[in-house]
Design a binder for this molecule. Structure first.
Ligand code: XMP
Length: 606
């Protein structure tokens, strides 16, 4: 059967693959192409979408791609960098400036088929440093974004040349935060490109089962199974493809698991009937020894990922199954955030993408049934395989576990950029009437598709959520070297903070485990566990003035695919209970709530 196809040119934006997922979700096959691919790579295309990029169009970065695409007689739509490249190619101008992250309100200039069925204005999601400042002949502005307190109106947020079928959006319709982004993509795919529906999850599963059987041949798979959503669904898919006899599962306790997690995981696999060959390794000593006094987040992640493989190899040797392929529940964001696509920047190295694993992948020794999917598709696939709702809708928990939520320091304050940022911070915070304290440690974030390892700011003096949201957006976009804001909830005075020394040791991990268990139980008790997508609890070696002990951060977020996220408010009564419980823990001095969206923060702090 001939199916319609859309190609997505991947310039390394964090969301390039998400565009393809969204086109498939609309019901049309979408595949990724590289910018240098020749015209022939598009011979059966009904349309092309050009992704965003960590490169700057204003500086001519990554400009050496196949421009022959612009001579193809098919519609082309660009997002962010793609939008800017289209504008430039047809005589428009792009300048460095007008940066925005987060929500904007898009005002349409009139009706257009790309915005069929939508409103006179729409909420859209922005993440960019460059902007289109002029459009070429034949192009019109379809919409602009409304100004905010901090920034004037933003022209040319959507542009079109209907005669040439060339279109561009400065915003990202592919991320779930653009309220009607799916409709915009569907309007392009069906209305502009004229595609017909021909793809669904059952088609994916069939193709994937075939692919696994071909790769594994008459061999077997040894799957690293943390018991999270991804490894559970991966186990079910592999079980279906190969049968339970040819699937071994290994659950490792790395010392950074949640409270009582390993026992619950072993029970879960037994309930799913996947315990024919279920193995367990308590490797907590090995992991904690390997981490020692390591502080730098990427170094920690690499040690954790490599230790998993050491433990896995030891177990395989012990069981005499060294020739089995390594199975992993890797999903697409793990690859893209690790910089695993040709141009993507490394935001953070996911535990299942460290070098030893990359080497195994290159040798065809790794099976990853979910590597093309996002969490929301993994859950959908899990449902189609009959996995229990409660197993599928557990909050995501990262492979390195509490390891990426337990920040480490030798006690040296990190203030190299403070002279530059403090005056700017005071000015912006002052406009919102909030107190702001720059914190002398750093956490990982993502800005305009690039890793940002920058400072958090502690806010206090207001509990007006709307005002705080605006203040966070202004601070993180206007003040250099800041990527997060947290709100003071209790413990000590938010007027000063000193850095403590703290490493990955059992005592700190136990404290964090207790705090995390209180948060999870609290979400359940207040009936909001399902409503909140994920709620990491983070231990930060900072002591606020007038307190004794470290800072705990609550990070409740809403998301769908983990590529973007928004912070959510917790009910007052729950905050009260957590304040009391967590501040009473040995070693904890203060409690805060992370108010940052992704971008510019990431969900986890490391
Ligand atoms: P970030 O922090 O990058 O997280 O916004 C996105 C999602 O991925 C999870 N996460 C990981 N999952 N291995 C995983 O399996 C990892 O190394 C890892 N790091 C982050 C994170 O919990 C969130 O759901």
């Amino acid at each position: 059967m001939q199916t319609d196809k859309i190609y997505v040119i991947d310039f390394g934006g964090q969301y390039a693959h998400l565009i393809a997922a969204k086109v498939r979700r609309a019901g049309v096959l979408a595949e990724i192409r590289q910018p240098e691919d020749p015209d022939e790579a598009y011979s059966d295309a009904r349309g092309i979408i050009i992704s965003g990029s960590p490169a700057l169009a204003s500086h001519g970065e990554d400009a050496d791609y196949n421009k022959g695409i612009f001579d193809l007689p098919i519609p082309i739509l660009g997002f962010c960098f793609g939008h800017q490249e289209i504008a430039k190619h047809y005589g428009g101008e792009v300048e460095h400036g007008g940066r925005q992250w987060g929500f904007s309100e898009l005002k349409f200039s009139g009706d257009h088929p790309l915005f069929k069925g939508l409103g006179p204005s729409e909420t859209v999601w922005m993440s960019h440093y460059d902007s289109v400042t002029a459009i070429g002949p034949g192009f019109v502005e379809l919409g602009h974004t409304e100004g905010t307190r901090e920034a004037p109106d933003h022209r040319f947020a959507a542009i079109a040349n209907d005669e040439l079928h060339r279109y561009g959006f400065q915003f990202h319709p592919e991320v779930d935060d653009t309220a009607h982004g799916d409709e915009m993509i569907a309007n392009f795919v069906f209305g502009i490109c004229g595609c017909e529906k021909s793809w669904d999850m059952a088609t994916f599963l069939d193709a994937e089962l075939g692919r696994i059987r071909e790769q594994v041949g008459d061999g077997s798979v040894f799957l690293l199974a943390s018991g999270g959503v991804d490894s559970t669904v991966a186990a079910a898919v592999l079980g279906k493809a190969l049968g339970p006899e040819r699937l071994h599962l290994l659950h490792v306790d790395n010392g950074m698991m949640r409270k009582d997690e390993s026992a619950a995981v072993l029970e879960l696999f037994a309930d799913l009937g996947l315990d024919k060959h279920l193995h367990f390794a308590d490797a907590s000593d090995t992991f904690l020894q390997a981490l020692g006094q390591t502080i730098e987040p990427e170094a920690k992640r690499k040690i954790i990922g490599e230790t998993f493989i050491e433990v896995f190899d030891d177990k395989a040797n012990e069981l005499g199954i060294q020739e089995y392929l390594l199975g992993q529940g890797t999903i697409y964001p793990d690859t893209v955030e690790t910089g695993g696509t040709k141009r993507a920047d490394t935001i953070k190295t996911h535990h299942n993408r460290v070098q030893v694993i990359e080497d195994l992948i290159a040798r065809g020794r790794v099976v990853e049934p979910l590597s093309e999917l996002y969490k929301v598709e993994v859950r959908e696939l899990g449902e189609s395989l009959g996995i229990d709702h409660s197993a599928l809708w557990r909050h995501p928990f990262p492979g390195p576990g509490l390891g990426v939520r337990c920040l480490c320091s030798d006690g040296t304050p990190d203030t190299a950029h403070f002279d530059e940022l403090l005056p700017e911070l005071a000015a912006v915070a002052g406009r919102y009437g909030v107190q702001a304290l720059a914190l002398p440690i750093r956490s990982v974030g993502v800005k305009a598709d690039l890793r940002a390892y920058e400072h958090p700011v502690l806010l206090s003096g207001s509990d007006d959520w709307e005002l705080l949201r605006e203040a966070v957006s202004a601070i993180t976009s206007k003040v250099a070297h800041i990527n997060r804001c947290v709100l003071h909830l209790g413990g000590g005075e938010p007027s000063g903070a000193t850095v403590l020394s703290g490493y990955m040791d059992r005592k700190r991990l136990d404290t964090l485990r207790e705090a995390d268990a209180m948060v999870m139980a609290g979400l359940e008790r207040h009936g909001i566990y399902d409503e909140i997508w994920q709620c990491p609890t983070v231990l930060v070696p900072l002591q606020l003035a007038g307190s004794e002990g470290e800072m705990v951060v609550l990070r409740p977020i809403r998301s769908e695919r983990a590529m973007t996220a928004t912070a959510v408010e917790l009910p007052g009564a729950l905050v009260e209970e957590l304040r009391e419980g967590i501040l009473a823990l040995d070693g904890v001095g203060s409690l805060t709530l992370d108010l940052t969206s992704k971008p510019p923060g990431t969900i986890e702090w490391e």
